[in-house]
Design a protein around this ligand. Structure first.
Ligand code: ATP
Ligand code: MG
Length: 334
């Protein structure tokens, strides 16, 4: 029997290079060998977008199209919508007894995200909602509803996976061996940096190159990307390791071109403007086949709907089975 993968994305915006290199390329590699459930996490997206339901709704379709465009095969991957699986919400309630508020407040991912959302949660997180603080619990429910054994994610998700494993252990120790402990799989690019040099390119951080950005937008973004601040004149030698332009050359350019960029930058024989122009070209070439596939799905919305409907049906069946096991273990199987 194939092992099960559960992973998810929040419908808060289109996919960017961070998703592609940090998670998506792993999904593509793994889709042949696993029973694969891919969650469009609309309920989780609402935890910090509760006041913007239109955004979440619109991005359910957008993100599904993005995932199909990068090469996920709907015959191998079950795409499903989180809110259509009520068992996840039910499990979240059960798990909320197994985790302390202090533990959630200490979670490094939650801490970083609260700090990024000052407008919503206050300068020191004093207006944090119950729902946002609890989203790691609901993410544990996502994974275990599907008996997810393998979870391909970016590095920012590791503390959330650890939280899930703790909940599983606690559940099993109280109610008997019922749930599987999931393992994360990281890709080679486990954390893709933002255009501003920030540690993480994020949909909600304003520092991303999206897979469906127009050529005009890509040009603007790359021309404004952060380069080595020590390089003042065109022929100053510089350090490519601190330059975001070199960083993206590394992701999307050929091996030969990458080496050329690196050595010329170190020698001072290439200016940043030229380097950026070459990156713009390489980026557009890299994104071209993805955009072509996207335009197919944009013109076939009924196919996208059918893919989501079919995947959601399969997910509903799996969730029902799992819930029976959980309720029996908890002695609430009336
Ligand atoms: P949001 O800001 O709304 O949380 P996001 O960009 O963090 O959006 P998610 O939908 O939360 O995207 O994450 C989807 C998956 O992509 C997760 O596995 C996450 O770890 C991965 N991911 C997101 N950004 C990056 C990145 N910059 N580098 C590597 N992986 C990433
Ligand atoms: Mg995120």
């Amino acid at each position: 029997m194939k092992k099960t993968i559960l992973t998810g994305l929040r419908p808060t915006g289109n996919l960017h290079l961070g998703h592609l290199f940090g998670a998506g390329q792993n999904y593509i590699k793994l889709q042949d060998d696993y029973d694969f459930y891919l969650e469009i996490a609309d309920v989780q997206a609402l935890t910090d977008n509760f006041n913007n339901p239109e955004k979440v709704r619109k991005n359910v379709t957008e993100i599904t199209i993005d995932l199909l465009s990068i090469g996920l095969d709907p015959n191998k991957v079950n795409f499903f919508i989180q809110s259509k699986i009520p068992e996840i919400a039910e499990l979240t309630v059960f798990y909320s007894n197994l985790v302390t508020v202090a533990r959630l407040e200490r979670n490094p991912t939650v801490k970083t995200e609260i700090a990024q959302k000052k407008e919503l949660f206050g300068n020191n997180g004093e207006s944090i909602t119950y729902g946002f603080l609890g989203y790691p619990v609901s993410q544990a429910a996502d994974i275990t509803t599907f008996d997810g054994e393998v979870v391909p994610v970016g590095e920012d998700q590791l503390p959330l996976l650890e939280q899930c494993r703790e909940i599983v252990r606690k559940f099993n120790s109280i109610y008997g061996e019922t749930l599987k402990e999931p393992n994360a799989i990281l890709s080679d690019a486990k954390r893709v940096k933002g255009l501003d040099g920030n540690d993480k390119m994020g949909k909600s951080l304003g520092n991303a190159i999206f897979l469906n950005d127009t050529e005009e937008t890509i040009k603007k973004k790359i021309m404004a990307a952060v380069t080595d601040p020590e390089k003042i004149k065109k022929d100053d030698p510089a350090n490519p390791e601190v330059c975001m332009v070199y960083y993206y050359h590394n992701l999307v350019n050929t091996k030969e071109n990458k080496e050329k960029v690196c050595s010329e930058c170190k020698k001072g024989s290439r200016g940043c403007v030229q380097c950026k122009k070459e990156l713009i070209e390489a980026m557009n070439d890299f994104l071209k086949p993805i955009k072509e596939k996207r335009s197919y799905y944009e013109n076939h919305p009924e196919e996208v709907k059918e893919i989501l409907d079919n995947g959601t049906k399969k997910a509903q069946e799996k969730a029902k089975e799992q819930m029976k096991k959980v309720k029996k273990a908890m002695m609430i199987d009336y």
